[in-house]
Design a protein around this ligand. Structure first.
Ligand code: 5GP
Ligand code: ZN
Length: 114
């Protein structure tokens, strides 16, 4: 845990969140400023800011997050699809430097960036 990290504090329960899924490896909770009808963040329970800082153990955790996402998406009613975003660094607009995956859906997600 990084004591200065917002998401570490949410994982520790020091800051409340609207949880949609939790297990020993990850926490998923609703974004406080949703950018789509459904906007959930999936956060591995190990602090690392970006993929560049990720160690082998954390890579396993991230893999578990991706394996779990279809189940989380289903529980959110996103059967017709969703978009995943992982912002990396300043140019991508990353604001919380604890790696997280955005799940966006519940509506047509509009024009694609790529
Ligand atoms: P980033 O811009 O780093 O990819 O995403 C960070 C996300 O965290 C943003 O979408 C922002 O709305 C969300 N966020 C920031 N502070 C909080 C908070 O205290 N609680 C929750 N649930 N989400 C937060
Ligand atoms: Zn953290």
């Amino acid at each position: 845990m990084d004591k200065n990290c917002l998401f570490c504090k949410i994982i520790a329960g020091e800051i409340p969140s609207n949880k949609v899924y939790e297990d020993e490896d990850m926490l998923a909770f609703r974004d406080i400023n949703p950018q789509a009808k459904t906007h959930v963040l999936v956060v591995p329970k190990s602090h690392f800011a970006t993929l560049a800082e990720m160690n082998a153990e954390q890579a396993e955790l991230l893999k578990k997050c991706f394996v779990k996402i279809p189940e989380i998406a289903k529980s959110l009613g996103l059967e017709s699809g969703y978009r995943l975003i992982v912002n990396q660094g300043k140019d991508a607009g990353q604001t919380v430097f604890h790696l997280h995956i955005h799940i966006l859906g519940g509506q047509n997600m509009g024009e694609k960036l790529v």
